[in-house]
Design a protein around this ligand. Structure first.
Ligand SMILES: *Cc1c(COP(=O)(O)O)cnc(C)c1O
Length: 345
């Protein structure tokens, strides 16, 4: 059972009176003379502050994701959606969070920035989640548990039942980062939101939507949690150009489906060929647009590829990833270039 939200949220945040912008105070469209925000009347449309709540973008997302707008937060990349819960829930120097290892590095970095202890729980065989191990790492000061599925850098989806066991067995907030969910066989946990008020799900425009440059991340959660996100964020955290470009992309979700299919086909082809290379020791199963491979000598192969102008990610220094390279799926031409370089290694 989740603790009451008031008990989980920091006192100063719970009682925070948020900044009220001109666009908050009057957000209708009927008026035609806007002299309320000290904007410049020239240089339309860039002279006007953007919608602080990105209502038009959320209207499109509502349909695509099946989540009401009041349950959606939009931020400057997932980065913002990852940092905000630390500032909302975690008292610096006192509270802690629990995260799996290996996983995405930002949970630890944001913990360090906010002076929050990040407790690390090693994944089990096949990089799988053991709910009991994660729950055992928690104490009365644990506010957040971080999960990532499909996980980065391992690529695999975490077991759905184990994730739900964490959500249901923890009295704080569980955040599931689904940055790669549109590539996955496994379904999103979005449908669990109405029955699990302690769940926050993160998604992004950066991967399947092919829009890393515009910086748009999403959090789905209860309307009470979203309201607190909105109170703490910068008033105009998503700029007009980003909102416009996001709408352009979201109007055509079928186009994205097509490129996702192509990437998945290429992934299977590339992995099959990679497996045949003498330098490949093991390829781990993936549900994302990349795969992790254990090779004979990661450092040497990485340097060899750099020399040929091909950059992959060396994950060797990460726990449980000794001698592992993480390889993103590119175009057919790019993948072929990688393969032919590695065949000559
Ligand atoms: C790439 C990635 C993101 C995306 O971050 P943005 O800030 O939205 O670009 C989020 N989480 C994980 C695990 C990722 O690998």
């Amino acid at each position: 059972m989740m603790k009451p939200l008031e008990q989980l949220v920091r006192k100063n945040i719970w009682s925070l009176a948020p900044y009220s912008s001109a666009r908050d105070e009057y957000s209708g469209k009927e008026a035609h003379v806007f002299l309320d925000a000290n904007e410049n009347p020239y240089n339309a449309p860039y002279n006007r502050y953007p919608d602080p709540l990105q209502r038009d973008v959320k209207k499109l997302l509502e349909r695509i994701k099946g989540v009401p707008a009041e349950n959606i937060f939009l931020g400057n990349g997932s980065d913002e959606a990852i940092d905000l819960p630390y500032r909302i829930f975690c008292e610096p120097g006192r509270d802690n969070v629990v995260s799996i290892v290996p996983t995405y590095g930002m949970y630890q970095v944001c913990a360090d920035i906010n002076d929050i202890e990040c407790r690390q729980v090693l994944l089990g065989d096949n990089f799988q989640l053991h709910a009991d191990a994660v729950l055992q790492a928690c104490d009365e000061h644990t506010k957040i548990i971080w999960l990532c599925s499909p996980n980065n850098p391992t690529g695999n989806s975490l077991d759905r039942d184990e994730m739900m066991k964490v959500v249901e067995g923890f009295d704080g907030i569980v955040i599931v980062d689904e940055a790669y969910i549109d590539f996955a066989q496994q379904l999103s946990l979005r449908q669990e939101l109405p029955t699990h008020p302690n769940l926050i799900i993160l998604q992004t425009m950066s991967k399947a939507w092919g829009s890393a440059a515009i910086r748009l991340g999403m959090a789905f959660a209860s309307k009470e949690i979203i309201a607190i996100y909105n109170k703490v964020k910068y008033p105009y955290n998503v700029n007009l150009l980003t909102q416009q470009q996001a709408m352009e992309m979201l109007k055509d979700p079928f186009e994205v489906d097509k490129t996702v299919k192509i990437i998945l086909q290429e992934r299977n082809r590339l992995m099959q060929a990679f497996r045949e290379l003498p330098l490949c020791e093991q390829i781990y199963p993936t549900d994302a647009n990349f795969f992790l491979a254990r090779v004979t000598d990661a450092k040497r192969i990485y340097d060899y590829l750099v020399d040929k102008g091909i950059i992959v990610r060396n994950r060797s220094r990460i726990q449980l990833c000794q001698n592992c390279l993480r390889i993103t799926i590119g175009t057919r031409t790019e993948n072929n270039e990688l393969l032919s370089a590695l065949r000559q290694y």
